[in-house]
Design a protein around this ligand. Structure first.
Ligand SMILES: Cc1cc2nc3c(=O)[nH]c(=O)nc-3n(C[C@H](O)[C@H](O)[C@H](O)COP(=O)(O)O)c2cc1C
Length: 319
């Protein structure tokens, strides 16, 4: 007899359940797995298509096969399946706007970014960190998506850091904090704080951000909601504007807006979102917390040292 699904009782549990009973929660669970971001393109006849995709995955080295999946309802799906080839451009860390452009299905997307034609005329996006020119070999049914399998005919790898998509938001890769800690202590065996400057700087920012997370939680706010509150404090904004400013994916923005609306912190009017009175008060509370937190962290450091540290940081930022 087969075992029924096990319910988690882990104290760190945020949500669990049947994927079909709450699709948004299921998407959040899938978002726990970080991916890169690619733009996948194809050309068939005079129809040129391209979309942001994070479903791309390596399948086989010999033969060289990759796959990705496209939503059946996508206006581009038919062209991708009819074209002989598709091209994958793996986006660099500084290409968030390219991802947003190709994630929106914008009419003008191919006029807004430089590209060159690859195999089967599929566009390769300039500035990407990898290009894969693929011949479409097979299409599989995968529920509400089609899975496209491609044979890589040519690849190119470029210098640069990848753009990452994790937990519904854009991110960049960074050394693991453990590595930064190790480097700092290796460079300072006596623990006298003379570790490699950049390792210390890295460790300190990551440490501060972890500590502040607890303060935000006490105010009942997630990192995503706090980001939206800060953006909306500057004035009412549309979903597109929020997406542009927040570096969050649509799903995470909608989740945060839902949550903030339920709490009476945000209201929408004619397609724009704005903070309510209560939302403005929360923003003030967040600022007060951040100010108090910074003061606590810096307590006991002489003024002259602080001034010197600020000078050093400004100098680094101006380089
Ligand atoms: C980071 C990111 C990853 C995405 N990954 C996929 C994907 O793997 N497959 C897909 O069908 N859509 C994906 N999308 C959504 C499409 O890019 C988007 O639906 C499309 O550009 C809009 O055109 P359409 O209306 O023709 O689907 C992704 C969007 C973003 C921002």
């Amino acid at each position: 007899m087969s075992q029924p699904a096990a319910l988690s009782t882990d104290s760190r549990l945020l949500e669990q359940g049947d994927p079909l009973s709450d699709g948004r929660a299921f998407r959040r669970c899938l978002g726990q797995y970080p991916t890169g971001v690619s733009v996948i393109t194809a050309q068939h006849g005079d129809k040129r298509v391209g979309m942001a995709a994070n479903s791309f995955a390596a399948v086989s080295l010999d033969p060289a096969l990759v796959l990705w999946s496209v939503r059946c309802e996508s206006s581009s799906a038919a062209t991708f399946m009819a074209a002989s080839h598709f091209a994958i451009s793996v986006l660099a860390a500084d290409q968030v706007e390219v991802s947003q452009l190709f994630g929106s299905g914008h009419e003008e997307r191919f006029n807004r970014v430089p590209w060159t034609a690859g195999a089967g005329n599929a566009p390769l996006i300039d500035g990407a960190i990898a290009h894969l020119q693929c011949r479409l070999v097979k299409v599989y049914e995968g529920g509400d998506h089609w899975i496209l399998l491609g044979q890589v005919e040519h690849y190119a790898r470029f210098a640069g850091e990848p753009l990452v998509f994790a937990q519904g938001q854009y991110a960049v890769t960074q050394n693991h904090p453990q590595l930064a800690d190790n480097q700092a202590s290796q460079n300072s065996p006596a623990g006298d704080g003379d570790g490699l400057f950049t390792s210390l700087l890295n460790s300190a920012t990551q440490h501060m951000s972890r500590l502040f997370h607890a303060h935000r939680q006490e105010l009942g706010v997630t990192a995503a909601s706090a980001r939206l509150v800060n953006i909306l404090a500057l004035g009412a904004a549309s979903l597109d504007a929020i997406e542009h400013e927040s570096l969050l994916g649509r799903g995470a923005i909608e989740d945060a807006l839902n949550e903030l609306s339920k709490q009476g912190l945000v209201q929408s009017n004619a397609g724009e979102y704005a903070l309510t009175e209560a939302g403005l008060l929360l923003r003030q509370a967040l600022i007060a917390r951040a100010t108090e937190f910074t003061a606590q962290q810096l307590a006991g450091i002489p003024e002259a040292d602080l001034a010197a540290a600020k000078r050093v940081l400004r100098k680094l930022l101006s380089n």
